[in-house]
Ligand binder design. Structure first.
Ligand code: F6P
Length: 331
């Protein structure tokens, strides 16, 4: 019999479609193992405020198909300080929480490690639309976000085709171009601009556009990652509108900029996000049940495994350059 009597589950950082599948799997796995579950509202902020709710089977019914997170989420500055972690530890003792499943990104895992080191075993589950977490091939939410972007770019193509325009589409991904690259391949974009490579407008966009114009092409889709044109881009030289203006000036093609923004973070999770979310949630509870904490659940070559949190945080990931090469050869 496990010494885990009650486990907590929280979602932290940017929400990601599939987080509810994680919560549901955690709740159902735990309850079927005789373990009580409490939901912690708004991530670590809720843990510090003792904002919890007991989770039973009805509390997760009808949630698998919903985007966002039923528990709410937040990015807590206080929890980055030892005083915040200490407060959370004391609250766990007071509330009888023996272990916690944390669904989020790298920042959330740092918090999970700090709490584990203070004696509250935590298991991280990688959830972010960015797919930028080093220790795992896949992060929950990515597939849904890419599919949403594809749907929206397909709509944009209809109007840019009708007006013989060029559309610049800025997608999310913080400093990671994975969403942009995937969408670029799936939407048949004419160019992608990614933060992982040095972009040269002439070489990567304008030469191809001029050649295509000469062959009679009249409309263009260029997908740019927010890591290139977004406010927080590391080497920010111009925003999406300035890029559109420049392309229009250089090619004579009327060009519009569209920033998709948070729409790509919402919506019903795809089968992939529901399935992997469910599997990882179930796996995390089994780790806690076996007395294991301070781990991150990961997917490697389609198999679910786990890493020590420090080992997980030390791993590095970049975009798939083979996919970028393919994109460049078929665009
Ligand atoms: O990490 C997920 C993400 O959506 C990034 O793609 C984006 O840069 C960031 O979160 C936006 O964060 P916020 O919710 O603070 O606008």
């Amino acid at each position: 019999m496990s010494h885990m009597k009650t486990i907590g589950v929280l979602t932290s950082g940017g929400d990601a479609p599939g987080m509810n599948a994680v919560i549901r799997a955690v709740v159902r796995t735990a309850l079927f193992s005789g373990i009580k579950v409490v939901g912690i509202r708004r991530g670590y902020a809720g843990l510090m405020e003792k904002s919890i709710v007991e989770m039973d089977l009805p509390s997760v019914s009808g949630t698998l198909q919903r985007g966002g997170t039923i528990l709410g989420t937040a990015r807590s500055k206080e929890f980055r300080e030892d005083a915040g972690v200490e407060l959370a530890r004391r609250n766990c003792i007071e509330l009888g929480i023996d272990g916690i499943v944390v669904a989020g990104g790298d920042g959330s895992f740092r918090g999970a490690r700090a709490l584990s080191e203070k004696g509250v075993p935590c298991i991280g589950i990688p959830c972010t639309i960015d797919n930028d977490i080093g220790c795992t091939d896949y992060t929950i939410g990515f597939d849904t976000a890419v599919n949403t972007v594809i749907e929206l770019v397909d709509k944009l193509r209809d109007t840019s085709q009708s007006h013989s325009r060029c559309s610049i589409v800025e997608v999310m991904g913080h400093h990671c171009g994975a969403i942009a690259l995937h969408a670029g391949i799936c939407c048949g974009a004419e160019a992608v601009l990614l933060p992982e490579v040095e972009n040269d407008l002439e070489r990567d966009v304008l030469i191809n556009m001029r050649e295509a114009l000469n062959k009679g092409k009249t409309h263009f889709i260029i997908i740019v990652s927010e890591g290139v044109t977004g406010e927080r881009a590391k080497h920010h030289t111009m925003d999406a509108q300035q890029l559109a203006d420049l392309i229009e000036k250089q090619t004579g093609v009327e060009t519009r900029a569209t920033i998709i923004g948070h729409i790509q973070r919402g919506g019903a999770p795809t089968s992939r996000d529901r399935r992997i979310g469910s599997m990882m949630g179930n796996y995390a509870v089994k780790l806690l049940k076996g007395g294991v904490g301070n781990r991150v659940v990961s997917m490697r070559k389609n198999v679910i495994i786990d890493y020590d949190i420090t080992e997980a945080l030390e791993q590095y990931k970049t975009i798939n350059f083979e996919e970028l090469r393919t994109f460049n050869e078929i665009r």
